[in-house]
Write a protein that binds this ligand. Structure first.
Ligand code: SF4
Ligand code: SF4
Length: 368
């Protein structure tokens, strides 16, 4: 896929190409999320406008992404190994048969258990560090082929909640595409009937909603279950890397329209919602009537308050004087509220400031 508009450069190239077809223009960069000098790490952060910090040894990569089969294939097929330093870890897992299935590279059960049971670890715990994270330099070792969650997560958004909503919607769409495409690849490649039954079990109604299965000794020790593995891989047993490479080739040749055909009505719905979220993201429109939103003051100073609105990672530092005039926004026309604030408080609220307060949900449209 190409990126004919020269946009989406921070996205994996495959997804950037698809989004050049799906969206009418560029996605504005999230310049507040300064990943190379992580904005959530104390040494880089503006401490006056920060409520919490991440561990500089992990940044936000305390997460193990699942990689769809075609992403694994693209990582394996990358001609320049220096661009995918995380590939060694992936190959090690494939060689050991750990958490690799025809769907892709999934979460090892022990990691999954820790992830679901641990608390207050995100951005902090080195035990939960992503295996593709390159400690030297603090970089992603599979950057060009990272999955939809890693490609769309930002700690901070220039447009506050508007940006958050856009990226979350985009993640849902790309995540859905990843799932459908992984299944599509399985359909294209002849794994054999036994493998397909194993991969797509007909649920026993007595087990529906059952508790998580306790981990066995092999899962705890990260040892391959030979019998299970043999059945899962069917006709491709022993050729797993080739299988992934073919998945990568198959999907890399698809246009976004072909991906939508594969994903069907559900993916088309997400495509429409993503387009709407994008239009909001690039719109500068100010709602005609506004009222004060819901937020929490997390730190008070003599001149400024630190306010948590849509995300704990992206608080807003607001002058006390500005906080004191928010009640003027009581559902009357926005320009009347602005004029009243100017007349009575000698405070000139610019359109850009009102837009920002709205983006961060300090102000909300009256009809929302
Ligand atoms: S997105 Fe992650 S790496 Fe980038 S600035 Fe935010 S916490 Fe740091
Ligand atoms: S794949 Fe890359 S971006 Fe995602 S968690 Fe791992 S190191 Fe971070």
């Amino acid at each position: 896929m190409t990126d004919p508009l020269g946009i989406q450069s921070s996205l994996p190239p495959l997804y950037a190409g698809w989004l050049s077809e799906a969206l009418p223009g560029a996605i504005p960069a999230e310049t507040k999320a300064t990943c190379e000098n992580c904005a959530m790490c104390q040494q880089n952060a503006n401490t006056g406008s920060q409520a919490m910090f991440f561990n500089p040894n992990t940044k936000c990569c305390t997460y193990l992404p699942e990689l769809a089969n075609f992403l694994v294939g693209r990582i394996l097929a990358e001609p320049d190994a220096s661009t995918v330093p995380g590939r060694d870890r992936l190959e090690e897992w494939i060689d050991r048969g750990i958490a690799v299935t025809p769907f892709g590279a999934v979460k090892p059960p022990l990691y999954d258990l820790l992830y679901t049971q641990a608390t207050d670890f995100f951005g902090k715990s080195e035990a939960m560090l992503c295996p593709y994270y390159i400690k030297e330099g603090g970089l992603c070792g599979i950057w060009q082929h990272r999955n939809s969650i890693c490609a769309t997560w930002y700690c901070k958004h220039n447009r506050g909640a508007v940006g958050f909503t856009f990226w979350r919607t985009l993640q849902k769409m790309l995540g859905m595409a990843e799932r459908y495409l992984a299944v599509w690849c399985i359909l294209q490649l002849d794994l054999g009937a036994t493998a397909l039954k194993k991969l797509f079990p007909v649920e026993n109604p007595n087990q529906a909603g059952a508790m998580r299965t306790p981990l066995n000794a092999k899962q705890l020790d990260g040892i391959k279950d030979e019998d299970n593995y043999r059945v899962l891989w069917g006709n491709w047993l022993g050729r797993e890397k080739d299988y992934y490479r073919v998945c990568g080739q198959l999907v890399s040749g698809l246009s976004w329209e072909q991906v939508l055909d594969i994903g069907g009505i559900e993916l088309r719905m997400m495509d429409r919602l993503t387009l709407e979220a994008y239009q909001n993201l690039v719109s500068e429109e100010i709602p005609p009537r506004l009222q004060s939103g819901t937020f929490q003051i997390i730190r008070s100073g003599s001149n400024r308050h630190l306010v948590e609105t849509y995300s704990i990672y992206d608080p807003l530092s607001m002058p006390r004087q500005l906080m004191e005039v928010l009640d003027y926004f009581d559902g009357r026309p926005t320009e009347e509220a602005v004029q009243a604030i100017y007349d009575e408080k000698d405070l000139n609220l610019t359109a850009g400031l009102i837009r920002k307060l709205t983006d961060f949900q300090v102000l909300r449209p009256t009809d929302s």
